[in-house]
Design a protein around this ligand. Structure first.
Ligand code: MEV
Length: 315
């Protein structure tokens, strides 16, 4: 039997990095998806095919022996086959509409879609169970994850998230388009998160003040979302970007992109870990086309995205 699931990518509208230290973040699922297909195979192996590489390995290997971004898939397949005490292997195929490893939630969307697809070979499990497994799997490559990315990839829409209270879906349906541009600079979320940890340890007082300011900013954003006040959301993005600059996760190329984006949109910022990856600009019908054209004119890879309200889909 073949089991298939897809999950959307995401942007962090506000609060990345600070969310790791308890601040609320606002995330938004985007209409670009990762689809995972899982199928039983008679041999005792786990086989993974994806754009970022292939892996074929016997079951029951220690997870420490598996390197690289395919580790969560192996972890999930091995764990789920064991749970159902089955004597066969698993073939897993990954198809992506999301550029991988650029801060758009590809690794979380993979973990969510894989957790649902692999479990689905045996039985359909709830979204909450899928999420729990997905976060566990993501921790095999990214032990400090807050769980925020997997949560929004599972439930879709716009969501507020903090470590203590978990996620809460926001019922706002603001009328915006995001223009997402890729710096094409590779980054490792794990490394950038640990760089921020070092910054925090050297600047405890300053960092805790910034967490407070980020929190206030996010409270303001909640009102703006309710009133569809895109201009003010944009101004808050510009401010949030300044905090991200201060904690050292930007660079010259990202700064150039942000400068360009701010000229042609309501505001822009990095999304996700930073250090490379993507920025996004907030636009609506009035300025979206122009923002895209300006990025293209300056030779940046870019595309527009809308909010995905569906989240995890199984079929
Ligand atoms: C990465 O997409 C988001 C970070 O805040 C890390 C996390 O929340 O786990 C940088």
């Amino acid at each position: 039997m073949t089991s298939k699931a897809s999950a959307p990518g995401k942007v962090i509208l506000f609060g990345e990095h600070f969310v790791v230290y308890g601040v609320k973040a606002i995330l938004c699922a985007i209409d670009k998806r990762i689809t995972v297909t899982a199928e039983k195979i008679p041999d005792d192996i786990i086989s993974i095919k994806s754009d970022i590489g292939n892996l074929q390995l016997q079951k029951n290997k220690s997870i420490d022996k598996i390197d690289g971004p395919l580790r969560p898939f192996y972890y999930l397949a091995d764990k789920i086959i064991k749970k159902y005490d089955q004597n066969f292997g698993m073939q897993i195929t990954v198809d992506s509409e999301i550029p991988l490893g650029v801060g758009l939630g590809s690794s979380s969307a993979c973990c969510v879609a894989a957790s649902a697809a692999i479990s689905g070979v045996f039985e359909k499990i709830s979204k909450d169970e899928v999420l729990q497994l997905a976060i566990e799997a993501e921790k095999t490559i990214f032990p400090n994850t807050s769980g925020a990315d997997c949560t929004v990839c599972t439930f879709g829409g716009i969501m507020q998230y903090d470590k203590q209270n978990g996620h809460e879906k926001l019922e706002y349906k603001p009328n915006f388009h995001l223009v997402i541009a890729n710096s094409k600079i590779e980054h490792s979320t794990k490394q950038v998160v640990s760089k921020v940890k070092q910054f925090k340890e050297k600047n405890e007082e300053r960092f805790s003040q910034m967490c407070k300011e980020e929190s206030d900013l996010i409270d303001d954003v909640m009102n703006c979302l309710e009133n569809n006040d895109l201009k003010r959301i944009g101004l808050n993005m510009i401010k949030n970007q300044e905090y991200l600059e201060s904690i050292g996760i930007s660079n010259d190329r990202l700064r150039d992109m942000i400068k360009l984006a701010n000229e042609y949109s309501f505001g822009s910022k990095i999304t996700g870990a930073g250090g490379g990856g993507c920025i996004f600009a907030l636009t609506d019908q009035s300025n979206m086309e122009n923002a895209i054209n300006q990025f293209k004119k300056n030779n940046y890879e870019c595309f527009s995205a809308k909010i995905d309200f569906k989240g995890l889909d199984t079929f």
